[in-house]
Unconditional design. Structure first.
Length: 273
């Protein structure tokens, strides 16, 4: 009997190991294909510029971008542009998450307020945020405050609506259990609603970090003399298209890096919970 149980256990272990190996090979395959596609795109872009298939003055090329980046590293301007944009994005993102949680708790605490404000939130979320930027310049001036507020305006309303929806979809049985045990709304919020919506909050954060970056760039297009947005719009005005494409590439790298940081934080939370 023990021999059969041992054999079954070994068979299950072998199947599990085969499954894990299959998953690992799949992940490696996907990662390799991503790298190959990127490398093929860069190589094709470079060859097209060298062979004259495209005008490298308009479309630039990887080698021109590397040379441009090296020049900006030597004069230190690239760090100034990247640092300003990154700082404004992180401040905007932090304020969006803080206000999202705070406002959502207030709306959840008072059903009448949430019902009254819901159509206004929907309208504000649908409003093109680039249309607000000129008004924000008039109201706040041409400074970093305008850029941060512009970054916040792109993400804040949709985040509140999404998190509030998550609050309202919490398991009703869990809420009844807390009330049966004598808990109040504060206990329900702390022990059921907030813990249940941590995954939702991480999902919102993944979206918001990109939206805040977009909002900051919109603000820098209009009211900045520093940052990647300024570098892109100024480069297009003086036909330094290497600056424009380099700025776009750096923005892609920043967006990907910030997203991966949030994914890492989410994994750390799941391991601890």
């Amino acid at each position: 009997m023990k021999t059969k149980q041992t054999e079954i256990g070994q068979a299950n272990l072998t199947n599990q190991e085969l499954f894990l190996q299959t998953q690992l090979r799949h992940k490696r395959k996907i990662r390799l294909l991503r790298i190959l596609i990127f490398a093929a795109f860069v190589a094709l872009w470079e060859f097209a510029a060298v062979l004259g298939w495209i005008d490298d003055f308009i479309f630039s090329s990887p080698s021109r971008l590397l040379f441009c980046l090296w020049e900006m590293i030597l004069d230190g301007s690239i760090w100034q542009h990247v640092g300003i944009t990154l700082l404004e994005t992180l401040v905007s993102f932090a304020l969006v998450i803080l206000l999202t949680v705070t406002v959502t708790i207030l709306l959840w605490s008072n059903r009448s307020v949430s019902e009254i404000s819901e159509p206004y939130m929907v309208v504000l979320n649908s409003l093109p945020k680039s249309a607000l930027a000129p008004l924000l310049i008039v109201w706040l001036g041409s400074n970093y405050k305008t850029i941060i507020v512009t970054g916040m305006s792109v993400a804040i309303f949709g985040s509140i609506l999404s998190l509030y929806q998550g609050f309202m979809e919490v398991n009703a049985d869990q809420i009844k259990l807390i009330r049966t045990l004598g808990g109040n709304r504060r206990d329900i919020l702390a022990k059921v609603v907030l813990p249940s919506n941590v995954p939702t909050l991480f999902s919102i954060m993944k979206v918001d970090i990109g939206l805040c970056l977009v909002g900051v760039i919109i603000g820098e297009f209009i009211s900045s003399r520093q940052g990647l947005g300024y570098m892109i719009i100024y480069g297009s005005q003086i036909f330094q298209l290497d600056w424009v494409i380099l700025g776009i590439v750096i923005l892609c790298v920043i967006a990907m890096g910030l997203y991966e940081v949030i994914v890492l934080l989410e994994k750390m939370y799941r391991r601890r919970s």
